[in-house]
Design a binder for this molecule. Structure first.
Ligand code: ZN
Length: 423
């Protein structure tokens, strides 16, 4: 079975509900079709473990000299990204030519001769740039993202080493590995201090080095086998996030919407108006800029705080958490809704849930939001209703429920179905 994992994984990567940033692949993702096929051909008893891909993040402490090198490598990656994007656009404009990853790689080989400094850095992360570009275009065509654009310094903050550790032959190392004394190692950089505040569990599949502000982080993507028995479906919950109430759980509890930003918006607007009246660069202008910045920060902090607490409590309490796979981008486009959606921080909330679930040994499952608010959570009857109708009244079984509560029950059900299908 192990041998076949790689094939399965390859198939999984093509479509999965988990976005890369949520750092997960399988379990609640879209492996259903492939897993079903697999189970059918193999017999259920053999399907005893699930494979998960998880991200584990650690702070690293490069010296000033190492930071300089890392930063330079990032710039090479960024330049490679930007020039590949330009090439692609040019080829398309000229004669509708498709310019793919492999063309880009060939160009890179030529570029390395023209610009020998590109040879300073390991070749794998440089090539991985094209995978990012490919993904950016895929997201764009799927309408999940805007058209890929030229990356500025501040936009390009990470590089990916798609392989890590010692090579199979046991003698050679990949560009990044652990040294004998447990530090991060690269031949050109030497050893980099890393704070392993918790053990790395699983097989390391890739490493991402990321610059955040002045700090650097190593993000390991590890593959872990999880026995389904670890997951307690009795402790499962469905969550419906919304504008009326922040979250409604399938056990009936509700969390109020923290409309911090709206409440404080007036103050912020006032402060901004004041700012616009001041002469740029004057002492009072600078003071006002600071005031506005602080107000912004306060709101952001309060929101983050609320979401941390909520997600922590949920992850601690429940082993299986099911949420909707909402396309926040599309929703934010609706201008009327957009203010409260962007200040509701749903994306942030789900990211927090994802890693907190992982920390507590649970799973976060994302399900398709189709019909979750329409279907009756008791009998399955579809009751069409517009957004303004806040109550679910089933014409078939007579159930009357709060709209969001009904939805959360459907979400949970969908998630459990997916989970059971994978086991
Ligand atoms: Zn019903």
């Amino acid at each position: 079975m192990k041998k076949e994992f790689s094939q399965i994984r390859q198939n999984l990567c093509k479509e999965c509900f988990w976005s890369q940033s949520d750092c997960l692949l399988t379990v609640g993702g879209a492996p259903l079709e492939i897993l079903k096929q697999y189970i059918e051909t193999q017999g259920q008893n053999e399907w005893e473990v699930m494979t998960m891909l998880l991200n584990q993040k650690y702070e690293i402490f490069p010296t000033e000299a190492q930071k300089e090198v890392l930063d330079r490598w990032l710039q090479y990656c960024r330049q490679t990204y930007n020039s590949a994007l330009l090439d692609k656009e040019r080829k398309y404009k000229q004669n509708k030519e498709n310019y793919d990853r492999y063309d880009m790689q060939r160009q890179l080989t030529l570029d390395k001769n023209t610009y020998p400094f590109l040879k300073e850095m390991p070749s794998q992360p440089l090539q991985e740039v094209f995978a990012r570009l490919k993904k950016a275009f895929e997201n764009f065509f799927r309408k999940d993202a805007k058209y890929p654009k030229q990356k500025k310094y501040k936009d390009y903050t990470s590089m990916t080493f798609p392989q890590f550790g010692i090579k199979r032959n046991g003698k050679h190392r990949y560009a990044m590995s652990f040294s004998n004394n447990g530090k991060l190692y690269n031949t050109k950089l030497g050893e980099i201090d890393i704070l392993l505040h918790r053990p790395l569990e699983g097989t390391i599949k890739q490493l991402i080095l990321k610059r955040q502000g002045k700090r650097w982080y190593a993000i390991f993507c590890v593959e872990r086998q999880v026995a389904p028995s670890d997951i307690d479906t009795n402790r499962s919950i469905g969550i419906d996030v919304g504008l009326h109430k922040y979250a409604v759980l399938s056990n009936g509890s509700e969390f109020e919407n923290p409309r911090f930003l709206r409440g404080k918006e007036k103050r912020l607007k006032k402060a901004q108006r004041k700012l616009s009246k001041k002469r740029k660069g004057s002492v009072s202008f600078i003071k006002q800029v600071e005031r506005v910045r602080k107000l912004h920060e306060k709101v952001a902090n309060q929101r983050r705080d609320f979401l941390h607490k909520l997600s922590y409590n949920l992850a601690k309490e429940y082993s299986v958490i099911v949420v909707e796979n909402l396309n926040i981008r599309n929703m934010v486009r609706n201008r009327k809704l957009s203010k409260s959606i962007s200040d509701a921080g749903w994306g942030m909330f789900r990211n927090m849930l994802a890693y907190k679930c992982e920390n507590h040994g649970g799973v976060l499952i994302k399900v398709e939001p189709k019909y979750t608010s329409q279907d009756c959570s008791f009998c399955g009857n579809r009751v069409k209703k517009s957004l303004s109708i806040r109550t679910h009244i089933c014409t078939k079984c007579g159930t009357v429920l709060d709209r969001d509560y009904n939805a959360s029950r459907n979400i949970l059900q969908k998630g459990l179905e997916e989970l059971l299908a994978t086991n």
